[in-house]
Design a protein around this ligand. Structure first.
Ligand code: HMG
Length: 388
């Protein structure tokens, strides 16, 4: 039985900070960002946008295409949780009016959790083909002002419907994985921003890729030449290039520049403009590949490398289904990115400092122009509203 991603859609915020504006403010050469890390813009969430509103925006168009009463579970991956006890999926469940005969749980391990949720959903459907599972990966990447990570912020949410006989991607059994207790990136409970040892984190990422790949080849018997396209976790788009070069070197198969590009480049288009969205980044990269590839991807095998600092990594694969093009939500993705408003640096700072972290008894100004917004927090209870 085939199991995998039946529908996929992502959402991002209505605002962005251009890295040229950022470079001007910081007095640095814009090419450090445009070329050096391969980023042009970063999506910035206003204070009345959080992972719940972003994920509702990501999931609603999928629910419009199905009977939402068939959803049996919501598996919500995030490292930007809004509550230590109640899962983000429970807020989303209410906002989207999902059925009560449904389970909801939150997954966490840095950027890896989206893959954990997807693999869990896949196993649940394999065990019971009547399951229809909504997997969410949503995050707001936030670092300290003037830290090395600041230029790699961003935000986004991906919603994936996981079912039998999927229309987009059949996930193949077997994967390679790697865990090591390291301090490359972390966010203690008292902080709203992540701490990072930037250069070290890229080294650990690349080592984890080599280890997970080795395990993947041993456990599945698949080789580099069996894979047509590669989607990597993208904290910044140059990381894809570094990762693919590392893998090509490890397998020792020469790859022409044209092949290298066709194997990786379509997957970077959106992330260059959205920035890091932690658990969602790998899957926004997948949407980017599907929407931007010039050739028909039917029956092509995709390799996915998921990396979460701290660290946990997994390499897995899937086959694109025939006629997948008919089920893509390309127009929505492109319109969302194109219709965002540019922020000046001062407004970016105002949004940045009105973080909902630790806030209580506050009513938010209406900046979020999306279909769902965080209205206020009263007596430590968050109130969301559907605006359209
Ligand atoms: P940095 O110190 O700001 O930048 O940190 P740099 O000086 O290393 O420059 C970056 C690149 O730009 C270099 O190229 C420069 O040569 C080049 P490279 O050596 O890498 O090939 N450069 C220029 N190029 C053209 N024209 C110029 C110019 N100037 C410089 N004028 C760093 C970069 C990535 C460390 C920083 O952005 C950072 O700390 N980012 C956050 C951490 C991160 O994203 N790590 C990635 C791996 S860990 C991960 O992916 C997990 C994560 O998503 C979290 C999770 O799991 O939840 C982060």
């Amino acid at each position: 039985m085939k199991v995998g991603i039946d529908l996929i859609h992502f959402a991002t915020s209505n605002y962005y900070l251009d890295l040229e504006t950022y470079a001007q403010e910081k007095g640095t050469d814009p090419n450090k960002y445009l070329i050096g890390i391969g980023q042009e813009k970063m999506s910035i969430a206003p204070p009345d946008e959080d992972i719940i509103t972003l994920s509702a925006k990501a999931a609603a168009p999928i629910l419009d295409k199905i009977d939402k009463n068939t959803i049996t579970a919501v598996l919500f991956a995030t490292e930007s949780g809004v509550d230590q006890s109640k899962s983000a999926g429970a807020f989303l469940h209410g906002l989207l009016e999902l059925p009560n005969r449904c389970r909801v749980v939150e997954f966490k391990h840095a950027c890896y959790a989206g893959t954990a949720a997807l693999q869990m959903a896949t196993s649940m459907v394999r065990a019971n083909p009547n399951e229809t599972i909504l997997v969410i990966a949503a995050d707001i990447a936030k670092y300290d002002i003037d830290s090395s990570g600041e230029a790699t912020q961003g935000c986004g949410a991906v919603a994936m419907l996981v079912t039998k006989d999927p229309r987009i991607l059949a996930i193949e059994p077997g994967s390679g994985y790697y865990t090591e207790d390291v301090m490359d990136f972390w966010r203690p409970n008292h902080r709203s921003t992540a701490l990072v040892d930037g250069k070290y984190s890229t080294k650990v990422y690349l080592n984890s890729l080599k280890q997970a790949w080795e395990h993947f080849t041993e456990s599945t018997g698949r080789k580099f030449s069996d894979i047509d396209a590669f989607c990597y976790h993208i904290p910044f788009s140059r990381m894809t290039e570094k990762a693919h070069k590392t893998l090509v070197k490890k397998v020792g198969t020469p790859v022409s520049e044209a092949l290298f590009k066709s194997q990786t480049q379509p997957g970077q288009v959106y992330n260059r403009l959205v920035g890091n969205s932690y658990s969602a980044s790998l899957f926004i990269g997948f949407c980017s590949f599907l929407d931007n590839a010039v050739q028909d991807l039917s029956n092509k095998r995709f390799g996915f490398f998921s990396y979460g600092s701290g660290c946990v990594a997994e390499f897995f694969s899937g086959l694109i289904q025939p006629n997948y093009q008919q089920h893509l939500m390309t127009t929505s993705h492109q319109q969302q990115i194109a219709s965002r408003k540019a922020l000046d640096y001062q407004t970016y700072l105002e949004f940045y400092h009105t973080d909902t972290f630790g806030q209580n008894n506050i009513v938010f100004s209406k900046n979020n122009l999306g279909p769902y917004r965080l209205m206020d927090i009263q007596n430590d209870i968050r109130h969301y509203v559907k605006t359209s």
